[in-house]
Structure formats: C-alpha cells, structure tokens
Ligand binder design. Structure first.
Ligand SMILES: [Zn+2]
Length: 289
C-alpha cells in the first residue's frame, strides 16, 4: 500500500504534468469508486482546469479552477496514470504488469479526458480506492472528519504535542502510537519500524518506558524517515512506480523493514521480526533499546 512518501511522490510528478490542463470528459466505469458530493458534480468538473495538486496524509487532492476538488485514495492497488498525447504513459502507484499497457482497460475505474489530448486514468484492480468530488470549500471539513493528527514534517508536530500524545497512550506500544493516524498522520508500517531504528528504541516497548531523550529522538526520527523517503521518491515494491515511470529508491536504503535475518546497518546485530499492534515489526535487538 502506498504510504505518505509514495503519495507525495505521485503528487509531485502529477503537478509537473497536469497543472492547467482542462478536463473535457469524465468517464465513470465503476460508480462505487466515484463519490461526488452532489448530483450536480458535472458543472464542477467538466470544463474546469486543474489548478493545484496537494496531498494530505495518504490522500491526493486535485484542485480545480471551478472551486471543486477531487480527493483520491489509492488504498491497496490504486494507481494514477497520466497518459500524455503521443508520449509514453506515466504511472504512479501500482502497475498491473505489462499486459495492461493500453488505457482505458479492465482495471480502469474512472478516467478524465483533457483538452490537450492527454488523459488521466484512475486504475484499481481490487476496487478499494476511491475518488471523492466536492466543493474545495468543504475539503477542510472533509479532513476534520478523518481525525488526522499532524504530519511529522509539519510545524504542529512539536515535542510538546508529541509528548502529550505519548502521555495519553502510556500503556500501549511505541509501534501502535506511531501507526495511530489520529496521533500523527502519515507513518505506515515500513516507516514506523525505521523511525524506531533511527531513534534506537524497540518498537515493542511500552510508551511509558520512554525517557525524555528517547521521546525527543523518536519525534525527530519520525520526521527524518519521511523526509529521507520523500527525497528518494518513496519505496518501490515490485509493483509501484512513480508518475514519471521511475522507481522509488528508499527500499534499497531501508533500515529494518523486510530485512529479517540481515545484519543491522549500524552494528553487528541481526534484524528480527515480531508482531506488534497486529503488524509485522522489525528491529535490531542489539542497538535498539
Ligand atoms: Zn543494530
């Protein structure tokens, strides 16, 4: 599943390609994945130009000149494809293999024809993803209902804030807090484990055992791991590509996730895997305390 750095990478790639392009056609092939706020949505979408591409946590927000916005969640297998006229196709999210190079195809759920002759496709094999369309003025309230905490890169993610979160969840595990999107938004399984490695704490520990120094280190690590992953274009699994078709480089640099049995990048310890907060959890038993 794409996490924050992967969605940020898609947003950046799409920004370069799709800004100022005018939507002239919307084709809905799977109605349950197209969720407009009103039946009059056509007036807000068709004829409007793409004026901005934003991201909030793992949602991609496409703002339109009509003061409408489309909010995309890729979920498990979603992808955004920008097909430039007379140019190779660009991919963001999960590709479905070489058999699916023609668009639209059997995995296309919604697509947008652009006045430039380009097209934007929302692909989703497993159909868990969606596009919500609503007036831009409602976007803020939309995210309020999601009850998301601040993202680790945001100024609101202060040490004081993080400590208040930790205090409220003293008896849970560190891993569970890092994954709790209402505490901080944007850390998924890979980056939560790697943040603990950076902070030299075991993700399996109870929150109340963290010293003040460890709390500060963990806050810094949450920010650092996301910034590093964004810089590297996110993590590419076998089926994830950028909007520009390149792969994310974080996978090669990951600290713990998917490295069970391999040597720690900091000491001669061996990375182990356990289950914490219902998720596979990786750490070095030697240098993480
Ligand atoms: Zn180690």
């Amino acid at each position: 599943m794409p996490e924050l750095p992967e969605v940020e990478t898609v947003a950046r790639g799409l920004r370069d390609l799709a800004i100022h392009k005018k939507i002239v056609k919307v084709s809905i092939l799977e109605s349950k994945q197209w969720r407009p706020a009103s039946r009059q949505w056509r007036a807000g979408i068709i004829g409007a130009s793409i004026s901005g591409i934003r991201r909030r946590a793992k949602w991609l927000i496409i703002d339109l000149s009509s003061d409408w916005s489309m909010i995309v969640h890729l979920k498990m297998t979603g992808q955004i494809i920008f097909q430039a006229k007379n140019k190779p196709t660009f991919l963001g999210g999960h590709t479905m293999g070489k058999s699916q190079e023609e668009f639209p195809n059997s995995h296309t759920r919604v697509w947008f024809g652009l006045a430039s002759g380009d097209a934007l496709f929302f692909q989703d094999m497993r159909k868990f993803g969606y596009i919500d369309a609503l007036p831009t003025a409602q976007v803020e309230d939309y995210f309020l209902t999601k009850k998301l905490g601040p993202e680790p890169m945001e100024p609101a993610f202060t040490l004081k804030y993080f400590q208040s979160v930790l205090k409220r969840r003293a008896n849970t595990t560190i891993k569970a807090v890092l994954l709790d999107q209402s505490a901080l938004a944007g850390l998924g399984n890979i980056y939560a484990d790697d943040a603990c490695w950076l902070a030299k704490v075991k993700p399996t520990r109870r929150v109340k055992t963290l010293s003040m120094n460890e709390q500060a280190a963990l806050r810094k690590a949450a920010r650092q791991v996301l910034l590093e992953a964004i810089k590297l274009g996110g993590t590419s699994f076998s089926d994830y590509y950028h909007v520009d078709g390149k792969t994310g480089q974080y996978w090669a640099k990951r600290k713990t996730y998917g490295r069970t049995g391999e040597q720690c990048r900091r000491c001669d310890g061996i990375i182990v895997k356990t289950k914490t907060a219902g998720r596979g959890t990786h750490y070095c038993p030697k240098c993480q305390r």
